[in-house]
Design a protein around this ligand. Sequence first.
Ligand code: ADP
Length: 351
Amino acid sequence: MAGSAQLVVVRYGAALGGTLAAVLLALVLQPTLDVSPFPIFLAAVTFSAWVGGMGPGLLATIGSVAMLDFLFFAPTFTLTVHYASDAVNLVVFAAVALLISSANARLRTARVRAEQVVEAQRDLERQKDEFLANVSHDLRTPLTAIKHSVEAILANEPKGTPEPFHDLFVNISESADRMAALVDDLLELTRLRAGKVRLQAAPADLRDVVRRAAGAIEPLASARGKRLELELPTDPLILSADAPRLERAPLNLVDNAQKHGRGVVRVRAVADGAQLVVSVTDDGPGIPASEQALIFERFYRADGARGRPGSGLGLPIARAFVELHGGRVWVESDPNAGSTFWIALPRESAV
Ligand code: ADP
């Protein structure tokens, strides 16, 4: 309430201030340079309506007409006019000033609405983040209980347990693992978005980071009949990084590549001037240009990927970790010609 009263004072204060400035300027310029006072007062009206809207625009219009009449039209220092032409001039001025006020007031309303929409969107995002953080936190505890319980059952399974029961328990255990991974990703991403992740940087060899990421995915890839090919230089690729965290980026990219690719995934790392660059190339279906930016948004999954396991969190997490290291991630892809995901990191310490 106090804020809106303050705003009213500022808006009408601007109109009064603007009109007063026009009076002073017109008084100085009119006798010395023989400048018409009309444009000066129109500027004051425009300014008042732009800052304050219709009300202040009207106030400035009335003030300007009064001041023009009082100071510049005979008989001066009265609020009357002697010549009909002066009266016409003042009426035309008032009409133009009202038009300008109304146009500016509309622009101002549109501007204020746009700001409100942006603020409401920000608020919604904040609420969404909070909700996700709470939900994922609350899910973690019962999930751990399910996992421990089913593991205890599997470890103490009596001999002769029927096969279908055993399979069900294994299924519960694997599903709990998948869900825990998803919940962990959600927690990680909400912490990243809230700026709560602090990197522990140390000199690291990017070749090791890439090797470990590829090594973690290798068993899964070969179980699915895919091959990973690693091309790394003989010289070390040293940078300052929080290696375990940075590793999440190539890990998620290689995982995606083996998921979507048909046979071979190529993982390369090279030094390129002041940058170190990792690329992950697959021979999968590719990503249409219209979706290439969207896939880095959280929860976004391309049409073809819906209905398959996945959360739409892998790429946003990869991007967040790379950006925390001062780098960038992007994709180049032609539909039906596979995709290459790139990570570029500054050699010089960004963390
Ligand atoms: P997820 O893999 O869990 O769906 P990601 O954030 O890792 O989530 O990926 C988002 C979407 O981007 C995927 O659902 C898929 O549609 C698309 N995508 C990612 N990597 C590739 C790839 N190598 N080839 C084709 N599509 C991909």
